[in-house]
Design a protein around this ligand. Structure first.
Ligand SMILES: [Zn+2]
Length: 200
């Protein structure tokens, strides 16, 4: 069955919807399924416009829906596999293992990358789109990805984890390499990125 999916723009900072806590899904109905379809379509559209990058995942608030839904790519190593798995009401049961530092970016925080600390392992509970409860034990990059997306449901962005670290921020240069970003100029005290910061 082919279905027409509305093209929704990805919202970016300082849109306040990115800073709201999302509400739980009480029933997986047509509205929820429509949001999931739009999220997956947005990931694919974005990727088609960015030849060398992969859309790993997305959270519903990034399309302006403050609902607890994320989609995660089935196989992050294969750009030709555009299947995504939706996780509804995902919860972090616990995190464990050592803290790993790796680069993260976000469609909702354009042009900024960061080297973000995350635990190596997580235990996640969620519902699939057919209502089945699943428990996942992601590690490394998959754990990082899912934790990044669950953060979105709580109004948290990856930049929040590194906001006081002047050496953690990067941008892409013309050749597509990550290079350090001028922290004092672009990050420190930037109200678009950190709206809740008190004036110092
Ligand atoms: Zn993100």
């Amino acid at each position: 069955m082919s279905k027409k999916v509305e093209k929704k723009p990805v919202i970016v900072t300082p849109d306040p919807r990115l800073r709201q806590k999302s509400t739980k899904i009480s029933q997986i109905d047509d509205e929820v399924r429509k949001i999931i379809d739009e999220m997956i379509q947005s990931c694919i559209d974005w990727e088609n416009e960015h030849e060398f990058e992969l859309s790993a995942a997305m959270a519903a608030p990034q399309l302006g829906y403050n609902r607890r839904i994320i989609v995660v790519r089935e196989d992050m190593s294969d750009k030709n596999n555009t299947n995504f798995i939706a996780l509804i009401n995902p919860e972090v049961i616990k995190t464990e293992g050592k803290t790993l530092y790796d680069y993260e970016g976000c469609l909702s925080v354009p042009s900024i990358y960061g080297k973000v600390p995350r635990p190596a392992k997580a235990r996640i509970k969620a519902l699939l789109d057919d209502g089945t409860e699943v428990r996942l034990k992601p590690t490394d990059f998959l754990a990082r990805t899912i934790l990044h997306e669950i953060d979105h449901l709580n109004g948290i962005l990856f930049i929040d984890h590194i906001k006081d670290d002047p050496n953690a921020f990067y941008k892409l240069d013309d050749k597509g390499d990550l290079v350090p970003l001028d922290y004092n100029k672009y990050i420190k005290g930037n109200k678009d990125l950190f709206p809740d910061d008190d004036n110092e």
